[in-house]
Design a protein around this ligand. Structure first.
Ligand SMILES: NCc1[nH]cc(CCC(=O)O)c1CC(=O)O
Length: 333
């Protein structure tokens, strides 16, 4: 729809920008604490908060500290927390068995949060990269990332998370057929209320660098993820992937990374109208933090502006490491 515009001077578009009150009145998109999912890194141990050097302000937390973080988030009004495990090179294996161990750090954290902080949703990550000796999201056979055997393992991983009490399962692996396989397995296991937030349009991005440091995958990763994650030049393929995942039973979909892919967010929103999320990934976070620490930008303002951009692009919510900081700023008003 084209707005009707009388010619100048009848139309002076600056009129509706003149005061804070009028600007607030005509504002189309507003960020609220309801928009955030907070990604948190879980590690072994007790009483540990280990800083992630490439992500200033982000920590690897032991389970007890993750529970504290969940409580803090819930008190700020954040609706969901998303868990990612850190695994050192010594605990990584070729068979990735740790991924579906009911007592791995993620599953222990899910149970502990569910017991202590009932008013926050728990989301998880489903991919083998955090347990794999070679850092890939699927099994590697003769240098190839194999699909169907990986899907079987991912289903086991997802079931273990659902058994532990996860509310939202987030498959980030980009294997074909995993959403349908997980949905069928959940139905068979009585987990019909477990949601799937599919990382449907996930690009092979250099913006994931700091995350791979955070989960211990950087040192492990051999080669790249170009045979399963998307080519940054493609847009139509993202629509096909989202349509496919929704048809297989995903409840919500994600575009990842975030800011460089806002065009994909907008198309996803307009094409499918499904609950649409973006992941403001580690590299996006690190760039803003680095520039802010150098005094080159106003960190708080850039944080809020970047998060608002996702709302403008049609997203219902954002996975962001800024969640608690932004929630605190919003609470101040
Ligand atoms: N399956 C792994 C996974 N899940 C979330 C991220 C990235 C998140 C971030 O960069 O903040 C990645 C990294 C990757 O695909 O290599």
């Amino acid at each position: 729809m084209r707005p009707t515009l009388a010619p100048y001077p009848a139309t002076r578009l600056r009129r509706t920008r003149a005061t804070p009150q009028i600007r607030a009145l005509v504002r189309q998109n507003t960020l609220t604490v309801d928009d955030f999912i907070w990604p948190v890194f879980v590690r072994a141990g007790d009483g540990i908060m280990e800083p992630v050097p490439s992500m200033p302000g982000v920590f690897r937390r032991s389970v007890d500290k993750v529970v504290e973080a969940a409580r803090e988030a819930a008190d700020l009004g954040i609706n969901a927390i998303c868990l990612f495990p850190y695994t050192g090179i010594e605990d990584r294996t070729e068979d990735c068995a740790g991924a579906w161990d009911p007592d791995n750090n993620t599953n222990r954290a899910i149970r502990a949060i569910k017991a202590a902080v009932p008013n926050i949703a728990v989301m998880t990550d489903v991919a083998l990269d955090t347990y794999n000796i070679n850092g890939h999201d699927g099994f590697v056979e003769d240098g190839e990332i194999v699909n169907d055997r990986s899907v079987e393992a991912l289903v086991k991983m997802a079931l273990a998370q659902a058994d532990a009490g996860a509310d939202i399962i987030g498959p980030s692996d980009m294997m074909d057929g995993r959403i349908g396989a997980m949905r069928a397995a959940f139905e068979a296991a009585g987990h019909q209320n477990v949601m799937i937030l599919s990382y449907a349009a996930k690009y092979a991005s250099a913006f994931y660098g700091p995350f791979r440091d955070a989960v211990g995958a950087s040192a492990a990763l051999t080669g790249d993820k170009n045979t399963y994650q998307m080519d940054p030049g493609n847009a139509d393929e993202a629509m096909r992937l989202i349509e496919r995942d929704l048809a297989e039973g995903a409840d919500m979909i994600m575009v990842k990374p975030g800011l460089p892919y806002l065009d994909i967010c907008r198309r996803a929103r307009d094409t499918f109208g499904a609950p649409t999320f973006a992941y403001q990934v580690s590299g996006e976070y690190a760039m803003i933090q680095a520039a802010a620490q150098n005094g080159w930008i106003d960190g708080d303002r850039v944080m809020m502006e970047s998060l608002t951009a996702f709302k403008r692009a049609g997203c219902d919510g954002i996975l962001t490491y800024f969640a608690p900081a932004a929630a605190r700023l919003l609470a101040k008003g």
